[in-house]
Design a protein around this ligand. Sequence first.
Ligand SMILES: Cc1cc2nc3c(=O)[nH]c(=O)nc-3n(C[C@H](O)[C@H](O)[C@H](O)COP(=O)(O)OP(=O)(O)OC[C@H]3O[C@@H](n4cnc5c(N)ncnc54)[C@H](O)[C@@H]3O)c2cc1C
Length: 327
Amino acid sequence: MTIAARAKYFADATSLEDLRAALDFARENQLPILPLGGGSNIVLTGDFPGLAVHVGLKGLVLDDQGDYTQITAAAGENWHQLVMRSVAEGLGGLENLALIPGNIGAAPIQNIGAYGVELKDSFHSLTAMEVATGNLVEFSAEECRFGYRDSMFKQDGRDRYLICEVRLRLSHSWQPQVSYPALQQYFSSNGVAMDTLKPEVIAEAVIAIRNSKLPNPVQIPNAGSFFKNPVVDVDQYTSLRQQHPELVAYAAGDNWKLAAGWLIDQAGWRGFERDGVGVHKQQALVLVNPGHRCGSQIVRLAMDIAADVKAKFGVDLEPEPRFYPGL
Ligand SMILES: Cc1cc2nc3c(=O)[nH]c(=O)nc-3n(C[C@H](O)[C@H](O)[C@H](O)COP(=O)(O)OP(=O)(O)OC[C@H]3O[C@@H](n4cnc5c(N)ncnc54)[C@H](O)[C@@H]3O)c2cc1C
């Protein structure tokens, strides 16, 4: 969110040896670690009193295995470039995830997702370096315990691993995932026939929709969706629906996922501004920092919004980005 802050130490690791040396240094000096990819999903609330490690490992291999192509990508590769490379090769599976900022290494942390597709749908496995030992450990999809904007790396695995390499498998019997209303609308208003859809065409649609809806972080500093869409049980959903017939919600298994942006908008926060930080005029889910203010101001605004939504709807909002050094 273009926030000025300093780390006590910084390492730019472009090899496994660099990463191990950085971890040794942190261990010897009892420093906390802040793993960094592209920095698009963190909010710096102050100076970081430890070692910020930029995981800059590079390398991308596409390997045709008959039924599928395996992509092996090092953590420092850019996510969107990987998506565009895959669609240029005619491979389907990642196109709905075009234009998500950041690097491969961070993608499994919150199981990135957009337009009805999540990383887990094409994920095979990853290799991570254990912070405590410097050993390399492999994790299968099951072991990553992916959920909605969640994985074990945000739970009990938090701060324990540096992700070094991610392996994806893109099936050659790909089926387009275009049930998302915004995609349907885009194809119908642009006269695109649904039976001829190619991964590249879907990626183009996703890019066009995202560019029209989401503020570009380079122009208006922001961290994308600031809150996860809250998931509530049927009873809470039914009672909310009775009070607010226009509630925006999607079935999520036995539960319901509420549109956090709708709740924030209804609570009156869209377009709100305070001391250089605010809520985007078109997207209530996006907090903006046009004044390049410190992260704690953003976090204070987020907390005020969450408290207000709780008071008005009885629903808890959970922030999506991670705060460093914390609150
Ligand atoms: C405009 C905008 C739109 C966005 N849209 C979406 C969207 O549609 N869907 C979605 O899911 N997300 C979205 N995001 C969030 C963001 O793009 C993702 O979370 C992305 O994966 C972050 O990548 P990064 O490299 O910038 O991670 P960073 O911000 O650098 O790091 C994010 C977290 O991962 C940790 N981390 C980073 N790299 C590693 C590593 N190698 N090993 C261990 N831990 C690591 C960091 O410590 C931090 O906790 C959006 C963000 C922005 C700004």
